[in-house]
Design a protein around this ligand. Sequence first.
Ligand code: ATP
Length: 199
Amino acid sequence: MASFLVAAGLRGAAGGPFDLALGRGEAVAITGPSGAGKSVLLRMIADLDPHEGRVALGGADRAAMPAPSWRRRVAYLPAEPGWWHETAAAHFPDRAAAAEMMPQLALAPALLDQKIHRLSTGERMRLALIRTILPRPDVLLLDEPTGALDPKATVLVEKLLALRLAAGTAIVMVTHDEEQAQRLGAQRMHLEGGRLNLA
Ligand SMILES: Nc1ncnc2c1ncn2[C@@H]1O[C@H](COP(=O)(O)OP(=O)(O)OP(=O)(O)O)[C@@H](O)[C@H]1O
C-alpha cells in the first residue's frame, strides 16, 4: 500500500534516526522497555517534542503545514491525558456525538456530567480516546490506550480502533501487549537503545 504517514530520519530525545511508513488503514504497534523513548517518538511525530527529520502526510510535508492543521489531522493521545474543565462534558464541543459513542466503550452518557476527578482512571482514558477520535483525524498516535483498562473494556477499545482502521485511519500505538498488536493486525516494531526495528 502507498505510504500515507511517513517519518524519515527523526532524531530527538528518544534517539534515532527513526524511520516509519504506513498506509491508510494500517497500524503499527511499538513495544519497548520503560524509558526507551516510545512516548517521545509519538510526540515527535505529533510535533510536540523537539527533533530533527521529516514527517509527511499524504505527500505533504508537515513543515509546510500550519501546526494547528497538522494536529487536527494527526492526533496524539498521551498515556495520561490532560483535563482542563471541571466536567467531562465541557471537553466535548459536540456533546451529542460524544454521548452517542460512549456506549460503544461501555460508558454511560450520564458520566459526561460527572466531575473529571470523580471518574475512574479507565473511564477518563476511554473518554480521552473518544475526545481524540471524534474529530476524525487521519492518523491516531495512541500511547498505551488500554493500559488502564480491564480485558472487557480493552476488547471494546480494540473494536473501535478496528472500525477506524477500516475507515482508513492510520494508527501508531504504543502497547505492552503483543497480542493486542496481533488482534489489530498491526505491524510490530520494537524501540530499544535509541533504535526502532521490526519486531
Ligand atoms: N523532552 C525531553 N527531553 C529530554 N528527555 C526527555 C524528554 N521527554 C522525555 N525524555 C526522556 O526520554 C526518555 C524516554 O521517555 P519516554 O516517556 O518516551 O519513555 P517510554 O518508552 O514511553 O517509557 P514508558 O513505557 O515508561 O512510558 C526518558 O528517560 C525521559 O526522561
